[in-house]
Design a protein around this ligand. Structure first.
Ligand code: NAP
Length: 270
């Protein structure tokens, strides 16, 4: 059965990837910053699944990624089929304001953008580099970055999407970084690609103020003009099912290498 490494499995989509992929006999290695809390959750909600292994993995800590790769090799016998780069630095500072407003606080802007870039771009470069020797020895050879449609130039320009600029900039860096790995490794049969999971309710807008909610509603109205069928966020279960289906259908031969696609597998993001 195939082997998987998934980052950021403590909660949200990461935990749901862990849950769905470990429901059959796959070997599933989840990376988390808080190993004890994640193991506790796995024991409570997915008890008896001996095919799940939780290892320490922090995108901001190169040594943890190297160690996780070495421990993964011990578990799998030296290879890996799928690497799912799901973890993401989440900050709410840029979620509700456009870039010109945020730029009025240059010190905070520098701090926040640096944190996004460090985890999402540099952290994932270190993640890919740590695991590529195992992927090259695997059968399936798929590396999937969980990105966002907010980092797509066409939809940003079409809908004038102003919110979450720092998150979107870092994810655009992730998309290009994944494309660069694709450019290097597709000739060795490795599919690298970016997939947006759609808009998913993982509890991020739980504590929004009325003003923040108004900003989100403006964006929601833009989504509605783009996709009149859009009725609101999906559940993690629906989104993860869609994303898995996208990467299962995708291949180098079909032209997917290095691209950013939606949870539908194309450029329709909602
Ligand atoms: N939800 C959506 O609507 C949506 C839309 C588009 C794209 N996405 C993408 O989907 C992915 C999953 O996000 P989510 O919605 O499930 O959010 P989430 O529930 O906040 O989960 C984020 C995960 O990333 C981990 N993480 C954060 N910083 C990390 C670091 N430095 N090193 C390692 N792990 C780190 C978190 O671990 P801790 O528990 O330790 O903080 C957590 O497990 C992300 O890549 C996100 O950008 C989500």
């Amino acid at each position: 059965m195939p082997s998987y490494v998934i980052t950021g499995v403590s909660k949200g989509l990461g935990f749901e990837f862990l849950r769905q992929i470990s429901s059959t006999n796959n070997t599933v290695i989840g990376l988390a910053r808080d190993v004890a809390a994640t193991k506790k959750r796995v024991n409570e909600e997915l008890s008896g699944r001996t095919n799940i292994h939780i290892l320490h993995g922090d995108l901001n800590d190169y040594e943890t990624l190297q160690k996780a790769a070495a421990e993964t090799a011990d578990i799998t016998g030296g290879s890996l089929d799928y690497l799912i780069a799901n973890a993401s630095h989440i900050s709410y500072w840029d979620s509700y304001d456009p870039i010109g407003t945020l730029a009025q606080d240059p010190k905070r802007l520098e701090k926040e953008l640096t944190e996004h870039y460090r985890a999402t771009v540099l952290g994932n470069i270190n993640l890919y580099a740590s695991f590529i020797p195992l992927i090259l020895k695997g059968q399936v050879k798929k590396v999937i970055a969980i990105s966002t449609g907010l980092s797509d130039l066409d939809i940003t320009n079409q809908l004038e999407l102003e919110l979450a600029p720092l998150y979107a900039i870092a994810k655009a860096g992730l998309n290009m970084m994944t494309a660069k790995f694709s450019a290097q490794y597709r000739k060795e049969g490795v599919l690298f690609m970016n997939v947006c999971p759609g808009v998913v309710d993982v509890g991020h807008s739980r504590n929004t103020t009325p003003a923040q909610m108004a900003s989100l509603m403006t964006m929601r109205e833009k989504f509605q003009t783009y996709a009149p069928h859009f009725k609101g966020p999906a559940t993690p279960e629906e989104s993860v099912r869609d994303v898995i289906s996208v990467w299962e259908r995708a291949s180098i031969e079909k032209g997917d290498a290095g691209h950013l696609v939606s949870h539908f597998g194309d450029k329709q993001f909602l």
